[in-house]
Design a protein around this ligand. Structure first.
Ligand code: NAP
Length: 554
């Protein structure tokens, strides 16, 4: 590891996190001639793809679309090898981007931001790190990711286990050899669904502890067909533009028809075609699957039937078939041989709904009074989503209010990018934006372009401070909720609404209005002189509580 980058005492911008968001933000800010550094806890770039190295980890968005579009030469030259890129290849891509744009010289690795304190009189953030750095910056960009605070469940006896333990979101940087081992996997979200088939191929025994089953559709992953690659690259810009017009930011065939207009047999054939194609485009089989309970149920029952058809033991099949939430209201999983894995002799399912998880002992996991002896435990128990990483450092805004206090009842943002009382703090793909309901690469690029334009506008107009207006923020939160109510999302307990953590405020966080709708709103906001934000010049900013806004167009 090269020597750690020394951080200067004063900067235009501190960026927290060297995932795709942080890297692109740095690139854009350099283009504006601003001084910026990224502070990153890991030893390398890649964010999610740096930490999530569990067996079987791969993207659920097709490789040709899960990549940057801002540089034509980059998108033409990079070669993906599989339809859905494995983690190692996405990490290699992140490293390629860092090298290609010479980003590392401005990244301090192995450094955590511990606090950021707003100095209202001077309009600067004072950012401190666990390495003792103290940096004053005009702007602080939180590019910390929605799924980066790995969550270990509070299971009694957890720390008494004598074998090896792993968390999928914090996997070791070496190959873990499970051969000959008895392995418990706790959790059945996307990470478990991807890793279980791979672990089962090596381990002597895999015991899956399932509290809630999830819907999963096949990936049908395969090597990239050169014809398909050419089809994309021949006209990449147009395809990217088409993708940006999709609700999810992913280009796929949409059927703009209700599921309820087709006869049962025809509808089944539609789902069958989608199932054979694979991937999340299954949810685009009809236009009302996420809007109408009866329409949704047709898709849910199709997948449940598939599970019953694949899994030979009827009791296991029934336990794996989700019945407690509409399909798609938790992020649908995309798998390679997940359900088939339960037909292996060395894999069994423990249904925690029937036999609750009691405790962990020195030698195993106890559920329903039965001890299952294991050598290793894999916690595939997810993250403190959306807010976990934003609330880790002590962030103190105007009047020393902390972000934790501000968001005690759930996150409030103006358009997902700014928070009142926290001037010049910018959030990338956070709560209140399409984020996890979209192709995060598309959302990241779009938001960062907007943030860069905002900073450029401020520079051009000699403005030093921007701040979300409280009323605008309340209106945006209400709008996010109104849009969510039009859908079925609220009928599921999910990390979209804080259900993943006991005691976390139950607020629906991502914006369901789609990538296209969100872009229009951001664009309009900018056109209106950044409506819903107050922009101040130096005199107004230093005027303290009685200052007059320089520009306010709410
Ligand atoms: P997750 O979807 O939040 O799943 C966590 C699992 O752990 C759930 O099954 C949960 O059960 C279980 N769990 C938590 N605490 C438990 C406890 N005390 N006892 C028993 N079970 C417990 O997390 P994830 O699988 O890491 O996926 C998170 C997100 O990351 C995905 O939705 C996706 O957005 C992203 N991801 C994407 C990919 C990809 O394909 N690109 C792969 C992996 C992850 P309950 O549901 O009952 O709480």
């Amino acid at each position: 590891m090269a020597q750690r980058l020394a951080l200067p005492a004063s900067l235009d911008v501190v960026i927290v996190g060297a995932g795709f968001g942080g890297m692109y933000q740095l690139h854009r800010l350099r283009g504006l001639g601003l001084s910026a550094r990224i502070i990153e806890a890991g030893t390398g770039v890649g964010g999610t793809w740096y930490w999530n190295r569990y067996p079987g980890a791969r993207c659920d968005v097709e490789s040709m679309q899960y990549s940057f579009s801002f540089d034509e030469a980059l998108q033409q030259q990079w070669r993906w090898t599989e339809r859905f890129a494995p983690q190692a290849e996405i990490l290699a891509y992140a490293n390629h981007v860092a090298d290609r744009f010479d980003l590392r010289r401005d990244i301090a690795f192995e450094t955590r931001v511990t606090s950021a304190v707003w100095d209202a009189g001077r309009a600067v953030w004072t950012v401190r790190t666990d390495r003792g750095d103290v940096i004053e910056a005009r702007f602080c960009v939180m590019a910390t990711g929605c799924l980066s605070a790995a969550r270990m469940p509070d299971i009694p006896g957890r720390d008494s286990f004598q074998g090896a333990t792993y968390h999928t979101g914090h996997w070791p940087h070496r190959k873990v050899d499970f051969s000959g081992q008895r392995v418990a996997v706790i959790g059945t979200g996307s990470s478990a669904i991807q890793s279980i088939p791979v672990i089962a191929a090596d381990a002597a025994e895999v015991i899956v502890f399932q509290r809630t089953p999830n819907f999963s559709v096949p990936a049908h992953n395969r090597p990239i067909d050169p014809e398909y690659e050419r089809h994309w690259k021949d006209d990449y810009a147009t395809k990217r533009a088409e993708a940006r017009r999709m609700r999810t930011g992913i280009l796929y065939e949409l059927n703009d028809q209700s599921a309820l207009v087709q006869e049962a047999a025809e509808r089944r054939a539609t789902y069958e075609r989608r199932w054979q194609t694979g991937s999340t485009q299954f949810m685009a089989a009809f236009n009302d699957l996420i809007l109408h309970p009866a329409a949704n149920e047709t898709a849910a029952e199709f997948v449940r039937d598939k599970i019953r058809g694949i899994v030979k033991d009827p009791k296991t099949a029934e336990a794996l078939a989700p019945k407690d939430h509409p399909i798609g209201t938790k992020r649908i999983c995309v798998d390679t041989g997940y359900y088939e894995t339960f037909n292996r002799d060395n894999v069994r399912l423990v249904n925690l709904k029937e036999t609750p998880l009691d405790r962990i002992t020195a030698t195993g996991v106890v559920a329903g009074g039965v001890e299952y002896p294991v050598d290793a435990i894999v916690f595939a128990t997810g993250f403190d989503a959306f807010t976990g990483s934003l609330l880790k450092p002590d962030i103190l805004g105007r009047g020393a209010i902390t972000l934790r206090e501000k968001w005690a009842s759930g996150p409030v943002t103006q358009l997902g990018v700014g928070v009142s009382d926290f001037p010049n703090m910018l959030i990338v793909v956070g709560p209140g934006s399409p984020s996890l309901l979209s192709n995060v690469m598309v959302s990241t690029e779009e938001q960062i372009d907007w943030l860069a334009d905002l900073i450029s506008y401020m520079e051009g107009n000699k403005l030093v401070e921007f701040e979300a207006e409280p009323q605008a923020e309340q209106r945006w939160v209400a709008h996010v909720n109104e849009r969510a109510k039009e859908t079925l999302y609220l009928s599921a307990d999910s990390y979209y609404n804080g259900a993943e953590i006991p005691g976390k405020p139950r607020v629906f966080m991502p914006y369901t209005g789609g990538v296209r709708g969100y872009r229009r709103i951001l664009h309009q906001c900018a056109q209106d002189g950044y409506s819903g934000f107050t922009l101040r010049d130096a005199a107004a900013a230093s005027g303290g509580a009685n200052r007059k806004p320089e520009v306010s167009a709410a």
